[in-house]
Ligand binder design. Structure first.
Ligand code: NAD
Ligand code: UDP
Length: 318
């Protein structure tokens, strides 16, 4: 598993270990954290390796989940050249590893390959609407090129590939400074700080709870070889960002007020997955409602001493 110490990767490592697999977690800790995998280190079937996927990797494996890549706009724009290298060189190195070891390989692609979509909801056959030179391009085009590489290795070398297009996923172990909307809003609400909506908050996203995403990835890896993907994995329930802010304020009982900030460049207006393919071929469909998943995520952040301490200080001064 590359990116195994990240938010999604750590949940996937856990689930694969529980299913009896040996897991090698490869990560350079750019956005991931050893804390995410600390509880797995005593498991003899788990191994953590510090490695940057932009360099070749020589290990013996029979399945590869390629998740290495910062996923939050703030994080992937911090070092955009490295982001593109991680997606492109990382894909080449991991596909090379798959070719040598004859391993099946799954790419964690993204709904960002659809860019600011002009077709709604987004089915897998939609080619997308991506600005190739904007500030999101390092991520979007990097992921698109990685998909190209996966399909060329499949056509040219008959590799067993799987490509998942993941839509906004949230849950426990998102990093509190990660910058993504769910973690930002919950942390701000728990600290009674202003909730930062970018733009007017009318843009939409569809939020998938992490456990369901992990199930979808494992099902896709185990699917028959004709199901290369791409396969959308996301929750079709769509919310405006303002509705999310209001829900988080209500569920946390926060005193936070909403503050409006400029909308970042190329921020997609609408996003909702068409999951007909995952339903039909993977028998996969999300069932966890936003309210339920948010509660789990709020509970996780409440248990974080750094956030609780700030909360009580904020409450004292209020
Ligand atoms: P994350 O930032 O928590 O995890 C990414 C992990 O990759 C981190 O542990 C990071 O340290 C590691 N990493 C980054 N560059 C690396 C490199 N060069 N070499 C080795 N490790 C490297 O993000 P996440 O949400 O867990 O996302 C995991 C994957 O899923 C990413 O590829 C992301 O693009 C994809 N994805 C996530 C979402 C989502 O909503 N969470 C949506 C679409 C796609
Ligand atoms: N967003 C926001 N406030 C924040 C963080 C994000 O309004 O503090 C918005 C962001 O502009 C986008 C949406 O929430 O429209 C989702 O952002 P995120 O970074 O989570 O993921 P994206 O889908 O844009 O990759």
């Amino acid at each position: 598993m590359t990116g195994g110490a990240g938010f999604l990767g750590s949940h996937l490592c856990e689930k694969l270990l529980a299913a009896g697999h040996d897991v090698l977690c490869v990560d350079n800790y750019f956005t991931g954290s050893k804390d995410n995998i600390a509880h797995l280190l005593s498991n003899p079937h788990f191994e953590a390796m510090r490695h940057d996927v932009t360099f070749p990797l020589y290990v013996e494996v029979d399945e590869i989940y390629n998740l290495a890549c910062p996923a939050s706009p703030i994080q992937y724009q911090r070092d955009p050249v490295q982001t593109t290298k991680t997606s492109v060189h990382g894909a080449i190195n991991m596909l090379g590893l798959a070719k040598r070891t004859k391993a099946r390989i799954l790419q964690a692609s993204t709904s960002e390959v659809y860019g600011d979509p002009q077709l709604h909801p987004q089915p897998e056959h939609y080619w997308g609407n991506v600005n190739p030179i904007g500030s999101r391009a390092c991520y979007d085009e990097g992921k698109r090129c990685a998909e190209t590489l996966f399909f060329d290795y499949w056509r040219q070398y008959q590799l067993e590939i799987r490509v998942a297009r993941i839509f906004n996923t949230y849950g426990p172990r998102m990093h509190s400074n990660d910058g993504r909307v769910v973690s930002n809003f919950i942390v701000q609400a728990l600290r009674n700080e202003p909730i930062t909506i970018y733009g007017e908050g009318n843009q939409t996203r569809s939020f998938l709870y992490v456990d369901e995403l992990v199930d979808g990835l494992i099902k896709l890896m185990a699917a028959p070889n004709d199901l290369t993907g791409p396969v959308n994995l996301g929750n079709p329930n769509e919310f405006t960002i303002r509705a999310l802010a209001e829900k988080v304020i209500e569920m946390t009982g926060s005193k936070s007020e909403i503050e409006y900030h400029p909308l970042p460049e190329d921020d997609p207006v609408q996003r909702q997955p068409d999951i007909a393919l995952a339903r039909a071929r993977l028998d996969w469909e999300p069932g966890i409602m936003l309210q339920e998943g948010l509660q789990q995520t709020i509970d996780f952040f409440r248990a974080d001493p750094s956030i609780v301490r700030t909360t009580s200080l904020a409450q004292q001064s209020a």
